[in-house]
Write a protein that binds this ligand. Structure first.
Ligand SMILES: [Zn+2]
Length: 94
């Protein structure tokens, strides 16, 4: 399975919610999640608590509640594409 191709299923860079967060988190062997988003990041609104924060890497956390958000590279041109993993999600231990 290609990592950055749209397989037409519910996983990959065009997945939504937690599926997308987990996909980005694991993409490139974990090397993608800490990469900076081009143009300084995306201004995000936490979908868990409503606080504003800047998503500067492809996987990031709300500074207020720790909610995990992610965006995939092909969709990183718009904050509207940011996906939220859900209130009870925490990143797996590395
Ligand atoms: Zn939050």
């Amino acid at each position: 399975m290609g990592c950055c191709s749209n397989t037409g299923g519910n996983t990959g860079p065009f997945a939504e919610g937690r599926d997308l967060v987990e996909f980005v988190y694991q993409a490139h062997g974990g090397g993608l999640r800490d990469q900076p988003i081009p143009n300084g990041g995306l201004i995000a609104v936490c979908q868990g608590c409503g606080a504003g924060f800047t998503l500067t890497t492809f996987v990031g956390q709300c500074t207020d509640c720790g909610g995990v958000h992610a965006v995939s590279p092909p969709r990183s041109d718009s904050a509207g594409n940011i996906q939220f993993a859900g209130k009870n999600f925490s990143l797996p231990e590395v």
